[in-house]
Design a protein. Structure first.
Ligand SMILES: *Cc1c(COP(=O)(O)O)cnc(C)c1O
Length: 414
């Protein structure tokens, strides 16, 4: 560190220099300093406000991906910013030998909005994959007896549950798993949404069933409420634990706080939208009986439940409730799907609230992502044909309209 430290106590020379570098220079420096697991970044982004972000060359983009269903309140939201800032100035971190009012308040709030029965509890983590690791460890305790062990976990075809080894073992895509063998190999994938297949698969050898109410990474594939209800009944009858992974679908994304509501699982995992951009994950354990699966010493985390992250979660829930965002998300999402369905070249539209996808009638989704970016829109391809949209929940129809207006020409130009 230079001896000419600034008032803030750090040498900002390097930061200042980077802030004024061009995209091309930043791209090179990214490639030589960041591990190449994400490929080449599409742009270098330097600023965000509301539903817009700006790149290092000053170009503006409408953010229709929201950091993959994360930026619930958009960018630079004043309340989220001030709550995080003041929590950091008041009490930024304590170890889990201690607690904070903020942590307790968010746990209580999550239990309230999830209609959790008495005795339900929350565990905080820092990401979706960690919330699922906690869930996997919890469900592993549902081990049956030596005579009748519960050795299997059921997940759904096309499932995505995360990238750490445990969560990865549940993730369907062979390409993600195979290079990292050996993984826990007790997972059986069954066709998503097929009640008969679920009924056939779930017996006394199964410890848990993991389900995303909407399979986001798989291209926004919806499971019906009937299927979720059946899963609840089937797992209960077989003594298997039901885990809903609402990492992508939770926190208002689909127009209700949780896509699976009113069905209540044994365990629900959350992350992405919960902190509005500040990293936080959570596992909600429903019902007193299920809270006994993990006892002192069974699991832990240094950062999980950090007061700043919990303050962010409280701010997000506060805004969702006080600005009637759930109704807004329902209305805006319905309008968006209707508009998309009328665009030439769009073969199918599906989604709930503001988690939506449309399919192209040709395998040109990645090309559309690039063309849209050049035209000032951030969208995402989940496969060769499918585009996913998961904008901030505060986005307006007027903002979405600009994309709908541009889309026919973008598709025609592919
Ligand atoms: C994104 C996602 C995860 C993983 O969350 P990370 O925060 O990236 O670890 C897990 N499950 C679902 C359904 C997701 O969408």
């Amino acid at each position: 560190m230079s001896e000419h430290a600034t008032d803030a106590g750090i040498d900002t020379t390097q930061l200042t220099e980077l802030a004024h570098a061009s995209s091309a220079v930043l791209g090179q420096r990214y490639a030589s300093s960041l591990l190449g697991v994400f490929g080449t970044p599409q742009r270098v982004l330097v600023r965000g406000a509301g539903c817009h972000v700006w790149d290092a060359d000053g170009n503006q983009y409408l953010d229709l991906l929201g950091g993959i269903a994360v930026n619930t309140l958009g960018h630079g939201h004043p309340l989220l910013t001030s709550v995080i800032t003041s929590q950091l100035a008041t009490l930024g971190h304590v170890s889990n030998f201690f607690t904070s009012p903020t942590q307790i308040a968010l746990a209580e709030k999550l239990l309230e909005i999830s209609n959790a029965p008495a005795g339900s509890k929350v565990f905080f983590a820092n990401s979706g994959t960690e919330a699922n690791e906690a869930a996997l460890k919890l469900t592993r305790r549902n081990a049956g007896t030596p005579q009748a062990p519960r050795t299997k976990v059921i997940a759904l075809e096309h499932a995505f549950h995360g990238r750490t080894l445990g969560a990865l073992s549940l993730t369907y895509k062979e390409k993600y798993r195979a290079p990292f063998a050996p993984l826990p190999d007790n997972v059986v994938w069954i066709p998503a949404g097929d009640e008969a297949a679920l009924r056939a698969a779930v017996d006394e050898t199964v410890s848990a069933v993991f389900i995303e109410p909407i399979q986001g990474e798989a291209g926004v594939r919806l499971l019906s409420q009937d299927y979720l209800r059946a899963a609840r009944e089937i797992t209960r009858d077989a003594g298997a634990l039901l885990v809903f992974d609402e990492v992508q679908t939770g926190m208002g994304r689909t127009g209700s706080f949780f896509a699976s509501a009113p069905v209540i699982p044994d365990v629900m995992t959350l992350a992405k939208g919960l902190g509005g951009g500040f990293p936080i994950g959570a596992m909600i354990v429903f019902g007193e009986e299920n809270t006994t699966w993990l006892t002192p010493g069974d699991h832990g985390t240094t950062f999980g439940g950090n007061p700043v992250a919990c303050a962010a979660g409280l701010a997000v829930i506060h805004v969702i409730e006080n600005q009637q965002l759930l109704t807004h998300v329902q209305d805006t999402g319905a309008w968006l799907r209707e508009q998309l369905a009328g665009v030439p070249g769009v073969a199918a539209v599906r989604g709930a609230g503001l988690l939506n996808a449309f399919e192209l009638d040709s395998a040109s989704a990645p090309a559309l992502v690039a063309a849209a970016l050049d035209a000032g829109f951030i969208i995402n391809a989940t496969d060769e044909r499918t585009i996913r949209l998961a904008p901030p929940l505060v986005i307006t129809t007027a903002q979405l309209e600009t994309f709908i207006a541009a889309l026919p020409q973008l598709i025609a130009g592919l």
